[in-house]
Design a protein around this ligand. Structure first.
Ligand SMILES: Nc1ncnc2c1ncn2[C@@H]1O[C@H](COP(=O)(O)OP(=O)(O)O)[C@@H](O)[C@H]1O
Ligand SMILES: [Mg+2]
Length: 196
């Protein structure tokens, strides 16, 4: 696939979103499995006690089986939640779940998130591994998200030795993406074919 030079974030976002939307569900499931098999064989996964993972929807890399796997291994799991503070500013926090069934419910746009009464905020400094979603990643590990900048503001709150791992399908990888001063890169990007 030809890389389109000089595209804005918005153009790249829309272009790659459409590409990802065209993947068939079997391919999404098979490649998601490969991605998490690769991640779970990394030493950083083995040694992580507290893991944060987004809860996937649509054709995002599927994290649902991964989260179940972590819970069944006895790891502590937290998921992102967008909250509005008293000054009206929205930000992302990590909220611990003990069970996917009991603690998650469809929220905004039908995406699973911590249910009412099940919000248990966890201090970012406690997290050992974060699974970072993205629409586009570059080989120098910068990312384009949905445009809210939530991860750009959350990732700097983590410990330096917390592994920030982007997960994506190969069709989401570009040589370069537009980078602004507030953009925060991840430490590693894992696809169905390689670790970047
Ligand atoms: N550290 C930050 N401090 C203040 N605002 C930020 C920060 N990081 C991101 N933002 C805001 O979030 C908006 C979206 O960021 P952008 O990088 O385009 O989105 P995304 O990373 O989701 O693709 C930016 O316009 C920027 O103003
Ligand atoms: Mg950004």
């Amino acid at each position: 696939m030809m890389d389109m030079i000089g595209q804005s974030k918005k153009e790249l976002r829309n272009y790659v979103l459409a590409l990802r939307k065209s993947l068939n569900p079997e391919k999404v499931q098979a490649d998601s499995r490969k991605i998490f098999d690769r991640l779970c064989s990394m030493e950083e996964f083995y040694t992580s006690r507290i893991i944060m993972s987004y809860v996937s929807f649509g054709n995002e890399v599927n994290t649902l089986h991964f989260i179940e796997r972590c819970l069944s291994m006895g790891k502590r799991i937290c998921v992102p939640l967008i909250t509005t503070s008293s000054d009206g500013k929205k930000s992302m926090i990590a909220s611990e779940i003990f069970s996917m069934e009991d603690d998650l419910a469809p929220g905004t746009m039908g995406i699973l998130e911590p249910a009412e009464g099940k919000v248990r905020e966890l201090e970012p400094g406690l997290i050992d591994l974060v699974i970072v979603p993205g629409i586009v990643f570059s080989i120098d590990r910068y990312r384009i998200g949905y445009g809210g900048g939530y991860y750009d503001r959350f990732l700097p709150l983590l410990r330096k030795d917390c592994l920030k791992a982007g997960v994506a399908f190969e069709l989401q990888i570009r040589d370069r993406v537009p980078v602004e001063s507030h953009d925060f890169p991840v430490d590693v990007v894992i696809t169905e074919d390689r670790i970047i």
